[in-house]
Design a protein around this ligand. Sequence first.
Ligand code: FE2
Ligand code: FE2
Length: 186
Amino acid sequence: MTTIDLGRPVSGDVVDLILDDHRLFEDLLRQLRDATADREAARAALAAVLIAHGEAEEAEVYTALVRKDAIGADEAEHGEHEHAEGNEALLALLECRATDTQKFDDAVEDLATALNHHIGEEEQTILNPARTDVSEQVRQDLGVAWATRRNQLLEEGCASITKVRALVAQAHREGLLPADDEEEES
Ligand SMILES: [Fe+2]
Ligand SMILES: [Fe+2]
């Protein structure tokens, strides 16, 4: 399996850093659709950066933007809800044993739908207020905090199937995903 470079930014405007990762998600989704690509590598890379990116947003960015009145608590919570939906779609993809099956392709498309929706909405309703309603200094400080947390999670191997399963189970318990969800056995 080839190793895909996910980058380890350490500073910058938090909006630019997050946008760079969103473009990386799109590139990795393209590789997951490409039958000639190393899909195992693309899946592992997307899992890692997706979990690290979203957890770091929740811990370092959403909370700070709510505190600064740039976004409302409802927008932050909606973002967390969409992260949980993305993590659930990611788990289904990680649970596919083979990468050359219809089941794999379907799981990629479900994840792409959830992700494309989330990044579009996040860019409009969270990153735009971050651009206009907080200072350049705050965006730089949040950039360091977000990147540090993201990179630390990547180093910890945050996206093993066990860890993703635990995150999804936690989201069900917290009501971010339906409590009565019956996971399909496969
Ligand atoms: Fe994001
Ligand atoms: Fe997000």
